[in-house]
Design a protein around this ligand. Structure first.
Ligand SMILES: [Fe+2]
Length: 268
């Protein structure tokens, strides 16, 4: 089973009509199924009554049939909620025809795919922006890949090249599977970044945090949870599923994020 984690993000840039706006954040499902046809996951999401569902990648893996479960999950969630989606490295690693079929099927269902794109959400006269950032696989720094480049970095300028200029007068939400380059996203103009990928560091060590990232970094900085830097926020889901290594003292999690307009209490 999974646990549910709630973060409250407070910023004076959140417009008043968005005070209390909530998003359920799913990441790294990797084909996991909670109850028949994900009944338990869907029931929990309905209980949370979000305004929006966002998925930040690695929701299905290549060639194992998990895409069918994801499509069914999205179809049922779309009956009630808008679903925004940014692909992760596992969707990117699919064969081109498999990736095109999955992305096309999700889009046809009504999932809003944000691959270096932006969508405005309006409430009354106010607006927040949601961006989805996708980067080339080499930036995942996987030492097992042929395109591994030691020391490669995804910069603020790279973020700008992918997404254009951030609308600084608005509250900017960035969906990006990989949290590794949060300082670049932050300096580009992301007020709130939602990420996954790290699986909480796989093994949680009390007092030290998550042990290992997918790029084999020990004790990765953004391993899971809520981080605040320079007035900007990062939420990293520990993810809902497993890939290759099994979690230890690191439960799967469903994340709820609520926006608040003011105050200094930043997460609960
Ligand atoms: Fe990933």
């Amino acid at each position: 089973m999974f646990r549910t984690v709630h973060y409250e993000i407070r910023s004076p840039k959140v417009p008043e009509p968005f005070d209390g706006f909530s998003m359920v954040h799913l990441s790294d499902l990797h084909g996991a199924v909670y109850g028949e046809k994900n009944r338990l996951l869907i029931e929990k999401i309905r209980e949370l009554q979000p305004d929006l569902v966002v998925m930040t990648g690695d929701m299905a893996d290549a060639g194992d049939g998990s895409a069918l479960g994801l499509i069914d999950l999205c179809r049922r969630l779309l009956e009630t909620y808008p679903v925004y989606y940014v692909p992760g490295n596992h969707e990117q690693a699919m064969k081109p025809e498999e990736q095109a079929w999955l992305m096309g099927t999700l889009k046809d269902l009504g999932v809003l795919m944000l691959a270096n794109q932006r969508r405005s959400i309006w409430r009354r006269e106010a607006c927040v922006e949601v961006y989805g950032l996708v980067m080339a696989m080499t930036y995942y720094k996987d030492p097992m890949r042929e395109d591994y480049v030691k020391g490669i970095h995804f910069s603020t300028e790279d973020t700008r090249q992918a997404l254009g200029e951030a609308k600084e007068s608005r509250f900017n939400i960035l969906l990006c599977h990989n949290p590794l380059y949060f300082p670049s996203y932050r300096d580009w103009g992301a007020d709130l970044t939602l990420s996954g990928h790290i699986h909480g560091g796989i093994i949680r060590i009390p007092g030290l945090g998550g042990l290992l990232s997918p790029d084999l970094t020990l004790f990765p900085k953004y391993d899971g949870g809520c981080f605040h830097e320079s007035g900007r926020h990062l939420v990293v889901s520990r993810g809902l599923g497993n890939h290759f290594l099994v979690r230890v003292m690191n439960p799967a999690e469903l994340v709820l994020v609520t926006l608040r307009t003011k105050g200094d209490k930043r997460d609960v």
